[in-house]
Design a protein around this ligand. Sequence first.
Ligand code: SF4
Length: 362
Amino acid sequence: MVSSLYVHIPFCAHICRYCDFAKVFYRDDWAFSYLQEIKKEIAELRISHPLKTIYVGGGTPTCLSESMLDDLLSFLRPYLEEDGEFSVEANPETITPEKLGILCKNKVNRLSLGIQSSLPKYLSLMGRKHTFEEAKEAIFLAKKAGFSNLSVDLIYGLPGQNLSELDSDISAFLALDLPHLSAYSLTVNPGTEFYAKGFQEAEDELAGAMYERILFRLRKAGYERYEVSNFAKNGHYCRHNLTYWKDEEYYAAGLGASGYLGKKRYMNTRNLSTYLKGKHRSEEENLTLESELEDFFLTNLRLASGFAEKTFEKRFGFSFFSRYQNQFETLHKMGLLEQKEGCIRATDRGILLLDRILINLF
Ligand code: SF4
């Protein structure tokens, strides 16, 4: 049974220079119309059972006005089971005691804050509109409001960034003492200001060294890397994102959102006026066995736990080794893939070289 829903709120008070998410500048009238439309789209999904997770991402969901935020969350809450995970993304400068009160009233129980860096020069380079002090203040307010399940995002491999600057970021982020942290290497995508300005991604060697540093220091501080870019303390995994990484089906609604239902992946339009006219879907893909297998490996091998052989067999109707014995042996000899307690998983080295594993499996 499908147990997760992703809801995309595309509005932002400013546009960051590296961002290629589906987003638009916030306008009250657009936001108002958008909420009416997304509610229609969710109703059309005909979700008739309580979900285990809802994730409201963006964009910046918390840049909605207080009344619209309340309207959206109170619409969504009944779709979720009583102890379901209800996550909302936020930017520090949009966090106020009033908005936190609205999140609490609607039983949001996980907050994910985009902070990205602790250093003023990189916050400014990325076009972020908050200081690290403001980020700390937002976390203080969230904790005071009762949030314990908090996550922050860090971006590394920024133009010109060196290892000692990354070390400062890691120290600053560790000092926040939060149960979950995501660390992403900068990607420079067409359509972003970074791309237009000719900024480059970090060289592989530097990006690899930065990742190793993050991994080493976070592990030393008691975090478990449960997915390539995600770290948690005491099992505070993001249950919603685990749905994606386990390649399970999920509903999705909103501008540019992509969902996975009944052997089909769908993608919504990224054009706001098209979306507001009720034309939500822009693409649909019927999955073949080959594309399903590819998606399964692409997602599950990102997880430190990999996948259970039993799960694979139940899903595909044949065992992993009946089809991949030779490939597994090659990858095992290369030190990239291992079999442990009935699970197939990438080794520490394999997680760094997932592309190579996938090429060998196909
Ligand atoms: S990074 Fe986040 S806040 Fe910045 S423009 Fe993109 S969606 Fe908006």
